[in-house]
Design a protein around this ligand. Sequence first.
Ligand code: ASP
Length: 411
Amino acid sequence: MKLPSLNIQILLGAIFGVAIGLYFHQLGAEHRVAQGGLYASGLVGTLFIDLLKMVLIPLVFCSISVGIANLSQHQQMHRVWVTTLIFFVSSMAIAIVLGMTASLYFKPGSGLQIAMFEHAMQNFEAKQLPLSEFFAQFLHGLFVNPFTALSQGNVLAVVMFALILGITLVMGGERFHHIRALLQEALEVIMQIVGWVMRLAPFGIMALLIKLVAVQDIAMLSTLAKFVAVVVGTTLLHGIVVLPLILYLFTGKSPLWFWRGAREALVTAFATSSSAATLPITLRCAIQHLHVKPEIAGFVLPLGATINMDGTALYEAAAALFIANLIGVDLSLAQQLIVFLTAMIAAMGAPGIPSAGMVTMVMVLQSVGLPAEAIAILLPIDRLLDTLRTTVNVQGDMVGSLVVQKLTLQR
Ligand code: ASP
């Protein structure tokens, strides 16, 4: 019997995952079947993420250095850099404006009483994260001994070292062609391993979604329904309208074409809630299905997975306005501008792992004098919202790679 394509298997895995998760949720946490099922899906889901993380660091290292080295002409390299950064900042800015406009219009949180959440807030100790300190920490974390960074899985530092290595290989030209060829071959080997890991994706995704759906706190979700609706609605608007429109305007490619090529990565991002863990699959989809040149994909996507986060930026800004409403504070225009800027910095600084945005959000709240403890209110629903924002984060990276390719190489 011929199996359906991997794409279809992944979609089926996702659908079964949600259905079985709902069933376990109904059975209740005490039920033996649900307990056994959750244990098994916990094992399989974690194993899948472990496999992705196993290839992540060598992949980032090789793909960025080889990507840069292959963008050999200096002028082109400069253009790729600039276009990529402009794209990242602009798409995040649009996402934040969307999130803030919807929050100002619908005012989620204004009907709720902060007293309802007092208990959760008291039990939550927020770490101080002033902007200046965050910035210093971020800068300090950029340059680390590459061996330490590689062994500790520090993606940002690995990205930075790989960038420098790539530039050095370009400068050195023929002199370093052995190292270049070695890295190129290593990249091919790792992509081969990614191909094998992908075969397990339908099971991994199913297991992750079973667990996610089964343990949802429905009561909290309905209390915060309006906020959830604003965040989900604007994130979907960004993913279904804004990003496809940008893609169409710059490259002429249709949203359907994009969805067909990108869906393995998008579904994986949804299930794992981690742009970093999804990166191996993002790269594979961009190169194999969306025909992004490996040197462009190898540069834009790993960088994007670490700093370009449209969904996170939108969420951070919307959540700050929600908390202001909840507390009954009216933010001035200047304070709204501060939220805009800090939300962007916080999203850039958030690593591509589950709930990372919640940690850096402390900074956004503090920048306008809101209590960081209020994050405790959002924690119970964060894993659920993280699914969608991570999907849009990854989508933004892939659209970025296509736009950058169009604007830099085909002129
Ligand atoms: N989970 C997100 C990502 O990996 C980051 C976040 O917003 O928490 O892209």
